[in-house]
Design a protein around this ligand. Structure first.
Ligand SMILES: Nc1c(C(=O)O)ncn1[C@@H]1O[C@H](COP(=O)(O)O)[C@@H](O)[C@H]1O
Length: 163
């Protein structure tokens, strides 16, 4: 394990996915979880994906968030080469509004799961929270920060709801 490896790797098929995937990074920042982001494509840079996925665990990553749009094979291919949990974010495509991305990610064959989030920014933000929840299982300080985050969220909703 490399001491400087953050627990979360955020990978995405293209730089054009970053406006969506940065929502995951923002949630992780908010919860005090370190992350590293890189562009890796199963289609365009298969060797780079192989190198990443087959070494991710040994490097010290704990969770992989993988976002891709259209024929979104990246999360599933990453999951096929690592036993780290992979959280898949369907990036909204122009032609089919992300339904293609969603179906490409969610329909994994039995035995190789990808935890699939909602399409677009909400899914990316939830991927950040879910990654933190996984890490919090073995990090009590992070678990407390998550509880505070959830309580603040409840309070802010409560303020907008009239009895
Ligand atoms: N779905 C994939 C993969 C993959 O799954 O490996 N690699 C790139 N892409 C997707 O192609 C879309 C368009 O990419 P460009 O904007 O670069 O043309 C992006 O949403 C990307 O995730």
């Amino acid at each position: 394990m490399t001491a400087s490896t953050p627990p979360v790797a955020i990978i995405m098929g293209s730089r054009s996915d970053w406006p969506t995937m940065k929502l995951a990074a923002e949630r992780l920042d908010q919860l005090g979880v370190a992350w590293e982001a890189k562009v890796v494509s199963a289609h365009r840079t298969p060797q780079r994906l192989y190198d990443f996925a087959t070494t991710a665990k040994a490097k010290g990553f704990k969770v992989v968030i993988a976002g891709a749009g259209g024929a979104a094979h990246l999360p599933g291919m990453a999951a096929s080469m690592t036993d780290l949990p992979v959280l898949g974010v369907p990036v909204q495509s122009k032609a089919l509004k992300g339904l293609d991305s969603l179906l490409s990610i969610v329909q994994m064959p039995g035995g190789v799961p990808v935890a699939t989030l909602a399409i677009g920014e909400a899914g990316a933000a939830n991927a950040g929270i879910l990654a933190a929840q996984i890490l919090a299982l073995s990090d009590p300080a992070l678990a407390e920060r998550l509880s505070a985050f959830r309580a603040a969220q409840t309070d802010s909703v409560a303020e907008t709801v009239e009895d």
